[in-house]
Design a protein around this ligand. Structure first.
Ligand SMILES: Cc1cc2nc3c(=O)[nH]c(=O)nc-3n(C[C@H](O)[C@H](O)[C@H](O)COP(=O)(O)OP(=O)(O)OC[C@H]3O[C@@H](n4cnc5c(N)ncnc54)[C@H](O)[C@@H]3O)c2cc1C
Length: 401
């Protein structure tokens, strides 16, 4: 029987271990923390968004590069993930925003435990408290706290570089670079962005959500929620643009996003509603006729001059395009996910690292991007599934040869 060592114990690794044929492979999973799935549990703190319910093509379009992720997601779709979880006692429900969560009675730790228990029944050996530190002089895997590291194949699933406390610290980068593998530097994705707010504005509106808004950066547009914070802006609407904003911050002198406070109305419709109003004070029209909340009105006042505010035509345009200058991205460690990692050119279509024989890598440690909404976990689970399928088939070919 061949030996596979999986290094890292996040969702990508767990799905791989769940799908590998344990009649053909002896599977050992090495995790440097005392327990596996720490980031998965952190993800669960704000509502464990396991995947997103949508048509498969729409799902694929959310990933970048989507051509890399498409074959992976087709092998293990959002529907497949929901069925698999259901089969293992994790029933799911689709929230109002099409996000998929575990049934309300299930805590994230229970979801994780069900997966881990299944792996134990399959004979997967867990080697926790075991940090991989690179390769030794003979080219074998080298660990702190574990000597029996000889294996035929290794799969790395070491995660990105945010929320270091969970174990995903990106320290693995150096060992791969020593082997000539190109690792793109990490930067924050799905993160908050800094805005130089007026002190009084932020004092009043900090923590307030702007719901159902649109956000534009160049030709990119997202819809969702924003929250005003002391640092700047957070929420799914800006997370969705994070990859493009990071590119902008790297390459442009000024990065400006435009908030659309009424994405379901055109400028002409806003103007017409304004015209029909019987109210005289602008703030009252905004509040009562256009249903804008205090924070939205505060933003309009903050980012328009007096003459624009008093001119219904200009005001209607402003409501749909409030310019906010983005100063910076939040710290890497606070990000939900990271950009960067092993570049995809280093990988073949089966997740094999071209420059390291018999070594594979999956999950967030590769350089791909997806917004929040369950796409990150879906991507990691799908990669785990796809690689297991490949390795299971590979073994069959070897046996027949
Ligand atoms: C606050 C927060 C909320 C999130 N919410 C969601 C959500 O709701 N939905 C969603 O889809 N995604 C969410 N995510 C993202 C999601 O959790 C990650 O994309 C996912 O966990 C990545 O899985 P992975 O298997 O690639 O790596 P990870 O989950 O990062 O696991 C990697 C593992 O490798 C281990 N490791 C690292 N280095 C070594 C080493 N040298 N030796 C041994 N072990 C090592 C780590 O300890 C870790 O356990 C969230 C993330 C955060 C931070």
């Amino acid at each position: 029987m061949k030996k596979i060592t999986i290094v890292g114990g996040g969702p990508a690794a767990l799905m791989l271990a769940a799908q590998l044929d344990t009649k053909k492979y002896q599977v050992t999973l090495c995790e440097k923390k005392k327990t596996v799935g720490r980031k998965f549990l952190v993800a669960g703190e704000g509502g464990l968004n396991l995947t997103y319910q949508s048509d498969l093509e729409e799902l694929i379009s959310q990933y970048s590069p989507s051509e890399f992720m498409a074959p992976v997601l087709r092998q293990f779709t959002n529907e497949d993930l929901m069925s698999w979880l259901d089969f293992h006692g994790v029933s799911t429900f689709v929230g109002s925003s099409s996000r998929v969560f575990p049934a309300l009675e299930l805590k994230p730790i229970e979801v994780l435990n069900k997966i881990v228990e299944y792996l134990v029944t399959r004979g997967v050996k867990f080697q926790t408290d075991t940090k991989w530190v690179g390769w030794n002089a003979e080219g074998n895997l080298s660990f702190e706290g574990f000597n029996d590291a000889a294996s035929d194949l290794v799969v790395f699933a070491l995660g990105g570089a945010s929320w270091k406390v969970t174990g995903s610290d990106g320290e693995w980068r150096t060992a791969f670079e020593k082997r000539g593998v190109i690792v793109r530097p990490f930067s924050a994705a799905n993160c908050a962005f800094g805005v130089d707010w007026d002190k009084n504005f932020v004092k009043t509106h900090q923590g307030k959500p702007l719901k159902n808004i649109g956000l534009r950066y160049k030709e990119h547009f997202s819809k969702g929620e924003l929250v005003i914070s002391e640092f700047g802006l957070e929420g799914n609407a800006i997370y969705a643009l994070s990859q493009k904003l990071q590119e902008g911050l790297l390459n442009e002198e000024r990065v400006v996003v435009h908030l659309d406070l009424k994405p379901t109305m055109t400028v002409a419709q806003i103007r017409a509603k304004y015209k029909r109003s019987k109210l005289t004070k602008v703030t009252e029209v905004l509040k009562k006729d256009l249903n804008l909340d205090r924070t939205s009105i505060g933003l309009i006042k903050q980012f328009t001059d007096k003459s624009t505010f008093l001119d219904p035509d200009l005001l209607a345009k402003s409501i749909k395009s409030i310019p906010v200058i983005i100063q910076s991205a939040d710290e890497l460690d606070k990000a939900i996910s990271t950009l960067g990692g092993i570049t995809l050119e280093e990988m073949d279509e089966n997740f094999q690292i071209k420059k390291i024989p018999d070594a594979y890598a999956i999950g967030e440690m590769l350089d791909w991007y997806a917004p929040t909404g369950g796409y990150l976990l879906q991507g990691c689970f799908s990669m785990g599934f796809a690689l297991a399928k490949h390795l299971n088939e590979l073994e069959v070919v070897n046996e027949l040869a």
